[in-house]
Design a protein around this ligand. Structure first.
Ligand SMILES: Nc1nc2c(c(=O)[nH]1)N=C([C@H](O)[C@H](O)COP(=O)(O)OP(=O)(O)OP(=O)(O)O)CN2
Length: 137
């Protein structure tokens, strides 16, 4: 029997960032991004949920081992983002605004090749307890 199940792993990381569009004036940046444009950067305690949807393996009873999923996230995402300045330290955000939306897309693109091809992958990222994004939607 092919049972399709979604399994998720939650991790967290702390990063600094600044929302800024280099093609705009300072005034425009301040108008659009407000306090998030502060040149001194600011930090968030991000909560990351990685969901894998696939069929349950009859031998293991797993879609994917959560330990394996956690290790993948830690090695490939958290090592890159945790306790880093996203604008300055992370190559993916050199020319990309580190909004919650873009962090979720970058996370998806990092993990997608590492998850079995015929499994679905979904990212949910909480930037604050009240602001979160989902990709793909
Ligand atoms: N579409 C987006 N909008 C905003 C983003 C984003 O990434 N995508 N980011 C920010 C800020 O970086 C940050 O998330 C907002 O911080 P803050 O206002 O402190 O957070 P809260 O909304 O949770 O705090 P309140 O106290 O509820 O205002 C802004 N917009």
């Amino acid at each position: 029997m092919n049972f399709k199940v979604a399994i998720s792993r939650r991790e967290h990381f702390n990063s600094a960032h600044r929302l800024h569009n280099a093609n705009w004036t300072d005034e425009m940046n301040l108008k659009v991004f407000g306090k998030c444009n502060n040149p001194n950067y600011h930090g968030h305690n991000y909560e990351l949920e990685v969901k894998v949807i696939g069929t349950v393996n009859e031998d293991t009873g797993y879609v994917i081992d959560t330990k394996q999923l956690s290790d993948l996230i830690k090695e490939h995402v958290l090592n890159k983002f945790d306790h880093k300045n996203l604008n300055l330290d992370v190559a993916e955000f050199k020319d990309l605004n580190p909004t919650a939306e873009n962090i979720a897309i970058v996370t998806y693109n990092i993990l997608r090749p590492l998850i079995e091809e015929n499994y679905e992958l979904k990212i949910k990222l909480y930037e604050t307890p009240r602001n979160f994004v989902e990709y793909p939607y």
